[in-house]
Ligand binder design. Sequence first.
Ligand SMILES: [Zn+2]
Length: 125
Amino acid sequence: MYIRSPLRATCDCVGDGKFKLSIAVDVRFVVSYSTPANRMHEMEHVGVALDYLGRAKPSWQKFEKTYSSLTECDYYRQKYVTGFPNSGRIPDLRQEIDRTVDVINSQQRTVDDFFQNIGHGRWPW
Ligand SMILES: [Zn+2]
């Protein structure tokens, strides 16, 4: 299993000349399996990942702010989400999501360790 997370963001007029940065994070799990048992195992991984994504969401939502001009909103849209053209700088939200995915990936190993431990009879039952 692996995670793809393309990002989109728009600056939407909310009246009074103000613009709100709206962000869409499209998280996709790519799961490959060969048997029903294998599929069940992979879905354990997805379950663990969903749990973490749910907990990470508030730290992503903090980037959705309202700005006093379109220029300002657009600046932060690039800083936080899409990046500045040719800057090579990783946008703040992308950094945040990459960190979350790192945590999720390390948690995935606990799913595998759990099954492995059962397989090797290392559990006390
Ligand atoms: Zn596994």
